[in-house]
Write a protein that binds this ligand. Structure first.
Ligand code: ATP
Length: 239
């Protein structure tokens, strides 16, 4: 059964069709990769799903409810939560405070939220940095923190926007392992990623976007060999 359905979703910016007529069904516990060349509309699609931006056309059905036009806060509280490519932690706060604030959306007391935040930080292997101030963290630490803040909200579906970007190759394998553990735990995930090793290691199904539209989707190995996909990427550097 679909936990998330997108019907005819579109977004125009003064005539530019950043996202056009996208249909998508995401199954419960699916790990779905979204790829496409620069400017294909991937981040805009996430913004439409998460309520950061209203669509120009189409509908988003989440867990049986039409959430089209809901604010980002309301969407996140309903269980559809995203991370950002350009991360947005509270710089002057500690790692634990950042995750506790996110956890407060699903826990009534500060004490419960703090306990839940500590559990999530353990899951993302940041337990040794709970008291650290965010402004001094490495990119790899910040990526885990961004993930922790999303997971602390106990999302039914999490949208991960380039969680491997900026990591050096040695840091990628542990992050891929961490994402795989989310999958094993039954978390439904949509992720946008340019690093193809991660895309191929993690995706159960792959959606390719090009010029705002879905070019094709299906089994990852079949999809990446599709001549239309190869052509869409011509002239792009792939990681
Ligand atoms: N707020 C905006 N105003 C005008 N144009 C926008 C806006 N946001 C995105 N666009 C345009 O929409 C198109 C899709 O952009 P988007 O960032 O969604 O692509 P993307 O696939 O995420 O790209 P990348 O892989 O480089 O992050 C691009 O042409 C972009 O310039």
């Amino acid at each position: 059964m679909s936990v998330l359905s997108v019907e005819g979703l579109g977004k125009s910016f003064s005539g530019l069709h950043a996202v056009r007529d996208v249909d998508l069904d995401v199954a419960d516990q699916e790990f779905l990769g979204i790829i496409g060349p620069n400017g294909a509309g991937k981040t805009t699609l996430f913004s439409l799903l998460s309520g950061e931006q209203p669509p120009t056309s189409g509908r988003v059905i989440f867990d049986g409810t039409d959430i089209t036009g809901w604010s980002a806060d309301r969407t996140a509280r309903a269980g559809l939560v995203r991370t950002f490519q350009l991360m947005r932690p509270f710089e002057s706060m500690t790692v634990l405070e950042n995750v506790t604030i996110a956890a407060l959306s699903v826990r009534k007391s500060r004490k419960d939220a703090r306990r839940h935040a500590l559990e999530v930080l353990d899951r993302v292997q940041l337990s040794d940095q709970v008291g650290g101030v965010v402004s001094t963290m490495s990119t790899a630490g910040l990526k885990r923190l961004e993930l922790a803040r999303a997971l602390a909200m106990e999302p039914r579906v999490v949208l991960l926007d380039e969680v491997l970007a900026g990591l050096v190759p040695a840091e990628r394998a542990p992050m891929i392992d961490l994402l795989r553990s989310l999958h094993t735990a039954g978390q439904t995930v949509l992720f946008v990623e340019h690093i193809m090793a991660a895309v191929m290691a993690l995706s159960e199904r792959l959606v390719v976007m090009h010029e705002g539209a879905v070019l094709t989707s299906g089994d990852p190995r079949t999809v990446v060999e599709d001549p239309r996909v190869v052509e869409a990427y011509l002239g792009e550097e792939t990681a």
